[in-house]
Design a protein around this ligand. Structure first.
Ligand SMILES: Nc1c(NC[C@H](O)[C@H](O)[C@H](O)CO)[nH]c(=O)[nH]c1=O
Ligand SMILES: CC(=O)[C@@H](O)COP(=O)(O)O
Length: 160
């Protein structure tokens, strides 16, 4: 198992470019906000740790992960260098989980194809709340940290 006893958020901080010249948008789903709040904090703190200016970070909330698609598209009207889409989808009793996860992953992929702004997929798609807890500041790290690192790297690439 890829995550067995692994903290997936570890990275070499000396390899990350300074983010002071970039603008970032963060769109956060309100569903499972006990999880998405922690993902958001991890992403925000990491962007700032690597030089991003708070005034250059726009943060919005949307009702659920499905709305991350529209929110991430709309965010691009604010001339950001990268968008981080944050959500947490947890399996319930029905197939709704499958449809939401597929729609969001495909929708964010489509935004990356159709537009010139990288949209980072920071959406947990977990079987249980415990899995989400472990990936939002628990033993498997914080996907928000990983997403912020990806956003900085992609913002640099966008300007090449
Ligand atoms: N069950 C979860 C949802 N469901 C809501 C959808 O994302 C969407 O808001 C609704 O279908 C209206 O369009 N959303 C999550 O983010 N996480 C879930 O576990
Ligand atoms: C991902 C969902 O929409 C899901 O959590 C909703 O739960 P259920 O499948 O029991 O309706």
């Amino acid at each position: 198992m890829a995550t067995k006893n692994q903290n997936l958020s570890y990275y070499d901080k000396n390899t990350i470019p300074n983010a002071k010249d970039f603008r970032f948008g963060i769109v956060v789903s309100e569903w499972n906000n006990n999880i998405t709040d922690n993902l958001y904090k991890g992403a925000l703190d990491t962007l700032i740790e690597h030089g991003a200016l708070p005034d250059n970070i726009i943060s919005w909330h949307v009702p659920g992960s499905y709305e991350l698609i529209y929110g991430s598209k709309k965010m691009q009207e604010h001339e950001v260098d990268a968008v981080i889409a944050i959500g947490c989808v947890i399996q319930g009793e029905t197939k709704h989980f499958d449809f939401v996860c597929e729609a969001v992953s495909h929708g964010i992929k489509d935004l990356n194809v159709m537009h010139d702004t990288p949209v980072i997929f920071c959406v947990l798609t977990d079987n249980t709340m415990q899995q989400s807890i472990e990936r939002s500041g628990g033993k498997h790290g914080n996907k928000g940290v990983e997403a912020a690192v990806a956003a900085i790297k992609m913002a640099v690439l966008r300007r090449l």
